[in-house]
Every structure is written in structure tokens, then in C-alpha cells.
Design a binder for this molecule. Structure first.
Ligand code: NOJ
Length: 753
């Protein structure tokens, strides 16, 4: 059994110790739910559909629970309070229906893992699953049995603050990691007390917010919606994510919370999803300012009709559903169908049998194995973007290290966004870890700036002095946690404050400078990357950021993180994503702004698709990342050059570690459909595998392509594979690779993914 499996078994055993109960068969759950619904008053039913935010064991909350007016509570994390509130529901209400306690456990509860975008940079579903399992074990130990995660909104715009919570810009990477996260939270048996119900959010299109501004409108053609934005949600529905959350945005003019086409027709009728749909916070009420509902009563009717089972904090259902039913505007049968989903989840979670937290085993936080897993997650997540040989730190030459920058010792900020339960004293910073590794006397610390937005240069002279005394400068730059996440969007993606100026002064000392960026998104760091001798990018890494970075910088561990998003040269390139269309005039013969002659003719710069200042394409492309070793790829070998309607083609590629130390590489399978009735992107990821190779070792990766993976949507919802020429290749990133030809031989329609 490997280390990871041992940890899994230990965590599951901890769960099993509380309870010997088994999962109830589905038929048994259904019959109990129906029986219960048959005995409920309309008022009690509406109560189950109401979710409130916790505020302790307060009389008003207790009163609402005793009246059966609350079905679930979010944000209550004190296990004693959880038990007391639960006792009110179970022992002091007519039917004794337990509450569910929910929380945004997004990238760890107490042991904080990298933000989801950082987890995506691992390209390793096992790492993501393990992190989610640990998060579930920690959070469930205080009674949290429902997390609002994973977020699988495809995010093609770094300005959007919530890109931090996503798995990046690609549907295949997002679906693979999203499924792994669901598995980690829910394990194989949701009724075990150390699991949490997952929540696929935000359904749908939220990441396409216009101009990267949160809550903004989206307009997504149905074909693009299905090819890109819905794909991970479908995978999560198939993988059994117990719940879904609808999004704040309107999509093509209809807010998700009232969007029957999305919530009922696609999710329920087409995909057969039978889990639970919760609104986002106040999102039913927000259909009024959206301009979709006349008032809260109207909004309640629209949300019920669309299929929102739980109203989170809009008070729309408690305020108006009774009246809507009594006046015949909403049928009681419709209400029953919503209540059914709520009760079903409570049974599946085992809450009827085991409603209370075992206080004796609660607060299972910061287990050594969990901290170890968190450290390994950062080690696999950090990306080496540039290295002119400065890294790894050469221990025989380097005696003194200057540690500089506002993110070197930022216990709060290295944790990233969405860490309501952070205890920052547990965060181990790079400064602490480097002092432990190299000895305090060999590390000269001078932050230079107090925080990332700091504009004051008063600390510069100390920082420069420190740099001059050292053999290498480690400059920890980035953005604070609060600069990303919900409602924290930025129009300017450059390093905030005076960080760029400080880097220039450090570089002027002539010492080798390694810039380590910790951030919640891909920042526009072109000028700084040109200046620094090496660049490491670490999306906010959480509790164990310091030890992981120390291991990577020192060379104890090799880099294997890869970009889950395209890094822009300049903010104005956003939205920027690798799976773009070619256009009729693809970029060529780029003339940059400073090379244009005075009074040059309008057409002298060529008439192709690029920016005069940013040129074309990403600074660091999707999938990119360096290592301390080198990898070479063979040309891809296809099992057949043609594929028919029922065929499969195997794509093989041999990857060799041609360097002199062990390392991990992410082999990425891309396709391109050259001519289509709706033009296709220049490349699309269709699979990937992270492999570890010893020096000189080779491994053959193998991917199976089916027609479904060559398909796309036309006429809205129809899935087709059109006959003709495709390219297929395996590469270390989206900009490389040698394509092989694959011909699709017959016109065909295939079952949707
Ligand atoms: C609003 C956010 O959009 C959502 O992701 C979160 O789960 C809820 N608030 C609950 O906190």
C-alpha cells in the first residue's frame, strides 16, 4: 500500500469508528422519503427548502428550528453549537428531521491546500482527491457534512477574481480534477460521518462574466456552452456530485436561479441528475435587480419552476411559497419534488441515523499526514517558468541567501482566498522554512515592502543591502489573498504596489535574483520575468507553502507544476485561452509598436490578428512548466489512421527523461478538427497523464480516442463528428508537439458526452 492509500484508509477508519451503519438502499431511502413527505404539513415542507446562515445557539434561530422553518444551516462550525442546534431539530420538532450543516470548504478546512487553481497546476487528480478527503475529514469532525465545492466554472479571464477557485481554462482538466475532488469529499459511502456532500458550482457559465467582472452578464451560444462550459458539470453529475449550486449570473438573458432550460431541461431531463440544487446566496432575490422578477414572490415562483430546491438566504420560499401554493400558482406536487431532493440527501448522509457530531473525536486538524499531503500538493503545484541556471540553489556556492519581498513571511496571505477557518499561526512561510533549511544565520531577511500593494519605498535600502550581502536573492512577490476571490476582480493584472520597482533595484545589485510569485491568478509579469534570472509561480499554496518552496528552490524536490491557464503578456489580452479559433487572418509577421516606422502606412504592419504592443499568444502557454531535468517526446503513433462511427484509436507516445535527475512530466493529448461546419479551435486538450521518470528512463503514454472526443455541438444541442481530417498529438504544452493525421471516415451523430 502506498503512502496515499495508507492515509486514505486511516481517514476512512476514523469515520467508520463512529458508526457501523451502512448505506441505505436507494429504494429504502425513497420509501422513507415518501412516507415522511406524506406526513409533512406545507409549512414543514417549505422549512426544508430554507437555508440560513448560522449565528450561534441564538433564541431566534432556535425558535425557527423548533417551528420547522429551517432545513439546513451554513457557516456554523462550533461542534458544540452544531449539536445543540441539531438537538432542537431532532428532538424538539414534530417530525425530528435533522439539519444539514454546510460550509465553503474550498481548499481545506484547517489544513489549507493550494487554491483550486493551484491544485489544477498539479495536473494530478490523486493530489486533488487526497486534499478533498483530508478537508472532508477535518470539516466533518466539527459537523460540516456539505461543502460548496468544487467550482468547475471554466475561467478564461484572469481579471475575474474567482478564477482562483477554478481549475482554470480547460474543460477536460477541470472535469478530471473536479471528479477527483468529488470523490475525495464523498468517498465511496456518503453515509460515513467523515464525508461531505460535494456541490458542483456555479451552474452555469459564471466564469464567462463579461469583462472579467464578478456577477456580470454572460452571453454564451448553446454550442459553446455545451462544448466548454457545461462539460465539467456533466462529468460531475455523472460522477454523483450529491448537490449542484446555480450561479449568480444571467445566461443569455435569464438568471440561472430562474433558468428552467438549464436546471430542469438540461440537468434533470437530459442528464438524468437526481441530486439537489441549492441557490447561491440571495440569488433568488437577485432576480429582481437582474430585471427578471417583479418582486420576491415572483422570484420564488420562477425559482421553484426552474428547479431550485433550496433557497439560500433569500427568504423567498419562507416568505411566499405558502401563498403561491394556496393560490394555485405553484402546485404542492412541485414543492414535494424539491423537498424530496433535500430529504434524500439527509438520508444519504446518514443524518437520520447519526445526526450528532462525536465531540470526543472532533477537531481532527493538522494531522502530520495531512500536513505532509498539503506540502506535497504545493510541491506538485508550483511552476518553474524560467531558469537560467540559478536554480536549484547551489549549496556549494551559496553561503548566504537574501529573502526579500512582501510574500516571504505572509502567514495570512499565502493561504489564499476562501479560507474562513484559517488559523494563520499554522501557516509555515518560506522565510521560516528557509531559515530551518539553511540556518537562521545564513538567511538575511529584509521584506522591502510590508504588503503587496505597499507603495512606500522606505524598506528598499535595507532590501538592497541584504541583497548585496548575499550570494542569491529570493524575491517573494505576488498579490495578497484579498485581491482574488469572489467580488475581487482586477482590471490591471500587473504586480501591485512598488513590487516591480523593488525587483529592479535588486537586479541592479548584480546578484542572481529568483522571483517567486504567490498569487490567486495568473498575473501579467512579462517585465519582471525578463528581469529575473529564475521565476517560480506558486498559486496561493496554503499552510505548507514554505516547506514546499524550500524543497523546490533547494532542489530537494523537482518541479512538476504546469500552467492550468495561459499567462498573458499584458492585461489587455484577457480573455486569453489556448483553445481559441484560428481566424481568417492568423497572426504572422508581427511588428511590435516600437518597431513601426514614423508615418508608416496603415497596412505596413501586416493585416493579421495580433496586438501592436502584446504581439500574439501567451507569455507562458497552457500546459507549460520547466523541470530540473529534460524530457523528449517521440512522434505520436496512432493505432489506425482512420476512425469510423464505432471505432477507437489508440494514441501512443514515448516520453524520455533525457536529463540527469528524476522528474515528473505531464504528457498532454491535443486534437484539432481542421474543417468543420462550425469552426473548431486550433487545439483542444483531450487527455493528460502525469508520469515520473528516472534519468534515462522512457515510458509510453497511451490515450484512447473515441468519436465522442472528436465531437462538438451543432444546432444547439446536437452532437456531431464530421468526416474529414484531424490532427492528433501529444505534447508538453499547448504550443508544442508534432501532429499526426487522423481521418474521420463517415458522417455520424454520436451520443452526447
Ligand atoms: C456565494 C458564493 O458565490 C458561493 O460560491 C458560496 O458557496 C456561497 N456564497 C455560500 O457562501
Amino acid at each position: 500500500m502506498n503512502k496515499k492509500n495508507l492515509l486514505f484508509s486511516a481517514l476512512m477508519a476514523a469515520g467508520c469508528a463512529f458508526s457501523a451503519m451502512a448505506v441505505l438502499p436507494e429504494a429504502e431511502i425513497n420509501s422513507r422519503v415518501n412516507d415522511l413527505i406524506g406526513r409533512m404539513t406545507l409549512e414543514e415542507k417549505i422549512g426544508q427548502l430554507n437555508q440560513l446562515s448560522g449565528y450561534g445557539y441564538a433564541p431566534e434561530m432556535v425558535g425557527q428550528i423548533r417551528n420547522g422553518a429551517v432545513g439546513s444551516i451554513l457557516n456554523e462550525v462550533d461542534p458544540e453549537v452544531v449539536n445543540k442546534l441539531q438537538r432542537e431539530a431532532v428532538e424538539n420538532t414534530r417530525l425530528g428531521i435533522p439539519l444539514i450543516f454546510a460550509r465553503d470548504v474550498i481548499h481545506g478546512f484547517k489544513t489549507i491546500f493550494p487554491i483550486p487553481l493551484g491544485q489544477a497546476a498539479t495536473w494530478n487528480p490523486a493530489v486533488v482527491e487526497e486534499g478533498a478527503r483530508i478537508a472532508a475529514d477535518e470539516a466533518s469532525s466539527v459537523g460540516i457534512r456539505w461543502t460548496f465545492s468544487p467550482m468547475v466554472d471554466i475561467s478564461r479571464d484572469a481579471r475575474w477574481g474567482r478564477i482562483a477557485e477554478s481549475f482554470g481554462e480547460d474543460p477536460v482538466l477541470s472535469e478530471t480534477l473536479g471528479v477527483a475532488m468529488v470523490k475525495g469529499y464523498q468517498s465511496d459511502d456518503l453515509s460515513q460521518p467523515n464525508t461531505m456532500a460535494a456541490c458542483a458550482k456555479h451552474f452555469a457559465g459564471y466564469g464567462a462574466a463579461e469583462s472579467g467582472k464578478d456577477y456580470n452578464t454572460t452571453w454564451i451560444p448553446e454550442e459553446l456552452l455545451r462544448d466548454v462550459y457545461l462539460r465539467p458539470f456533466k462529468a460531475l453529475a455523472d460522477a454523483g456530485s450529491a448537490t449542484f449550486m446555480c450561479s449568480f449570473n444571467d445566461i443569455n438573458g435569464v438568471p440561472s436561479s430562474g433558468n428552467r432550460k438549464l436546471l430542469q431541461n438540461i440537468l434533470r431531463d437530459e442528464w438524468g441528475y437526481d441530486g439537489l440544487m441549492v441557490s447561491d446566496w440571495g440569488s433568488i432575490q437577485q432576480m429582481i435587480p437582474h430585471g427578471y422578477s417583479e418582486n420576491l414572490r415572483h422570484a420564488a415562483a420562477q425559482a421553484v419552476d426552474a428547479g431550485v430546491d433550496i433557497d439560500m438566504e433569500s427568504y423567498a420560499y419562507t416568505g411566499h411559497l405558502r401563498d403561491l401554493v394556496e393560490k394555485g400558482e405553484v402546485s404542492e406536487a412541485r414543492v414535494d419534488s424539491l423537498v424530496r431532493n433535500v430529504l434524500n440527501l439527509k438520508y444519504r448522509l446518514g443524518l437520520f441515523e447519526n445526526p450528532y457530531v462525536d465531540v470526543a473525536t472532533s477537531k481532527r486538524f493538522y494531522a502530520p499526514a495531512s500536513l505532509d499531503a498539503a506540502r506535497r500538493a504545493v510541491e506538485e503545484s508550483a511552476i518553474l517558468l524560467k531558469n537560467t541556471g540559478t536554480l536549484p540553489i547551489n549549496n556549494s556556492k551559496v553561503k548566504k541567501i537574501a529573502v526579500i519581498g512582501p510574500m516571504a513571511d505572509a502567514q495570512h496571505d499565502q493561504a489564499g482566498t476562501w479560507v474562513f477557518d484559517l488559523e494563520k499561526e499554522h501557516s509555515v512561510t518560506p522565510l521560516t522554512a528557509l531559515q530551518q533549511m539553511y540556518g537562521k544565520e545564513n538567511v538575511i531577511y529584509a521584506p522591502g515592502l510590508d504588503y503587496t500593494r505597499d507603495l512606500s519605498t522606505k524598506g528598499f535600502s535595507d532590501a538592497v543591502k541584504a541583497a548585496k550581502k548575499a550570494d542569491v536573492v529570493l524575491y517573494f512577490a505576488g498579490e495578497e489573498a484579498v485581491l482574488s476571490g469572489e467580488a475581487h476582480c482586477r482590471a490591471d493584472l500587473s504586480l501591485p504596489g512598488a513590487q516591480s520597482r523593488l525587483l529592479q533595484e535588486l537586479k541592479a545589485t548584480g546578484k542572481p535574483v529568483v522571483m517567486v510569485v504567490q498569487a490567486g491568478r495568473q498575473l501579467a509579469i512579462m517585465p519582471e520575468s525578463e528581469l529575473a534570472d529564475a521565476v517560480v509561480y506558486c498559486f496561493h499554496g496554503g499552510t505548507m507553502t514554505g516547506p514546499a518552496l524550500a524543497n523546490l528552490l533547494s532542489g530537494n524536490v523537482n518541479f512538476s507544476g504546469r500552467c492550468p491557464v495561459s499567462f498573458p503578456r499584458m492585461s489587455g489580452q484577457e480573455p486569453l485561452y489556448y483553445n481559441r479559433k484560428n481566424t481568417g487572418r492568423p497572426a504572422e509577421g508581427i511588428t511590435l509598436i516600437n518597431d513601426i516606422e514614423l508615418e508608416a502606412g496603415q497596412t505596413s504592419t501586416g493585416c493579421t490578428s495580433y496586438y501592436l504592443d502584446a504581439g500574439d499568444g501567451a507569455l507562458f502557454p497552457f500546459g507549460y512548466g520547466l523541470s530540473y531535468t529534460d524530457f523528449t517526446y517521440s512522434d505520436p503513433v496512432l493505432s489506425a489512421s482512420e476512425i469510423g462511427p464505432d471505432g477507437t484509436v489508440t494514441v501512443k507516445c514515448t516520453v524520455t527523461n533525457s536529463g540527469d535527475r528524476a522528474g515528473s512530466e505531464v504528457a498532454q493529448l491535443y486534437i484539432r478538427d481542421h474543417v468543420a461546419s462550425l469552426i473548431r479551435p486550433v487545439r483542444e486538450l483531450r487527455g493528460f497523464e502525469k508520469i515520473t521518470l528516472q534519468p534515462g528512463e522512457s515510458k509510453t503514454v497511451e490515450f484512447v480516442l473515441t468519436p465522442a472526443e472528436l465531437a462538438f455541438h451543432v444546432n444547439g444541442s446536437q452532437t456531431v463528428v464530421e468526416p474529414g481530417e484531424f490532427s492528433v498529438w501529444v505534447a508538453p504544452n499547448a504550443n508544442e508537439g508534432t501532429p499526426a493525421r487522423l481521418t474521420v471516415v463517415k458522417p455520424q451523430t454520436v451520443a452526447s458526452r
